[in-house]
Design a protein around this ligand. Sequence first.
Ligand code: FRU
Length: 496
Amino acid sequence: MKMSRTQLYRTLDQADVGEWEALKVLADQSPWRQTFHIQPEAGLLNDPNGFCFFNGEYHLFYQWFPLGTQHGIKYWYHTSSTDLVHWRNQGIGIAPDTIYDSHGAYSGSAIEKDNLLYLMYTGNTRNKDWKRYPFQCIAVMNTQGHISKLPPVIEHVPDGYSDHFRDPKVWQDGEYYYCVIGAQRINHTGCAVMYRSPDLQTWTFQGELQTFLPSFGYMWECPDYFELNQQGILLFSPQGIEPFADSFQNIYQSGYMIGTPLDLNTCEFDHGDFCELDHGFDFYAPQTTLAPDGRRLLVGWLGMPEIDYPTDHQGWAHCLTLPRELTIEQGELRQRPVQELTQLRGQRYHVNHTVDNQHHLLSSMQGVQYEMLVQISDIQATRIGIELRVGNNEKTVLYYQPELEKLTLDRSLSGQPLALEYGTTRSCSLSLDEGTVTLHLFVDTSSIEIFANDGRKVLTARIFPQPDSTGISLFAEDGSACFDVTQWDLLAKEEQ
Ligand code: FRU
């Protein structure tokens, strides 16, 4: 049942007695609760926010509407971890409790200064005619985890831009701090703008990022800028991009452009094409941070806006992706699951099998939550692949067509259907790597993350199979291929 606007804009203080607890009871009964992904206890999660390493641990917040599974008034929920694997729920980070964030503490980022963590976010407000007015706000967290708000630091949208102005991502370069903010020009095209500050409190508008994309969608959400291997990378989530061949199939997109480092004075950014970060069904609004050991880490929302998900009726919606490490190798962006995830590995299974024009259901492997490494070599077949979560009329299929050099994820039979209007398959190009295809998979109760050929392509999706759909099957059509498969049970994360 859809909530009314009044219901959606109630804070936790305004909820009925026991309302949130009742939602939590419902969520606890859901058969699709994840076991090693960050998910809300109840309510709706969306973007990752404030991802950082501070005071000896990682902090990761997320957008949260506590009282239902639609997009209502947003909080920042706080989680922390020492190892990027076991996350501890820390409760509400930022509540929408001032006149500057009265209609939601929207997305933003974190940076450390003087032993304090500055959380810069968009305060979303609306007037009685429901006209939006964004403030860029700051909250400060001390080493005890106590968070307090400062007055807003950017109170006006600069001339030439609409009220779709949000999601500051902040970084430091030399003696200045910079932030990029997602924006919409008054001609309804999307872009990102940049501000500069000596102290995180006084911000000066530096200008719009000068990209080669003057008209690329109607809004860019969640921009992020960083440098890797002396190259500049701009991530953003554009809305309003038309599907093209196998690309841009989801309602909204998330991608990156690699270029020479952004000119922090002129805002010029000389870059290559916009590429999608993830070729699956459910991935949006990612954010990166720099780990203390110099790795660039990324976490995304394992979900999509404006889509009904099966758990919407079960008191909770969405989760975050596993953390990924980003690298640039031979000019290409690679994404690999962080190495810390190997801590979750339990029992290991292994098979090596030549499959010749057949489907082969593995008798020694099955599961609901696992990690798997599949190496396919000696490929003579026209189509090869693996079926996961196989059960009664259910399967999630991942296949490769060597002649087309194409990898496809098919969730048409994955279980409870969702987002059918956006299609049931996702494909991306993938060259053979010395004649082989390597698929590194993380399967949780209701999701799959696929890292292909050592992080060259990633596909992420929610799936909603029956609990007893646990089979795993290999197949090769019109010829043979050799499969080397290693599977690890993944041990559920520590109680939170
Ligand atoms: C992206 C987004 C952001 C906004 C937040 C609100 O999913 O729309 O632009 O800050 O979600 O929850």
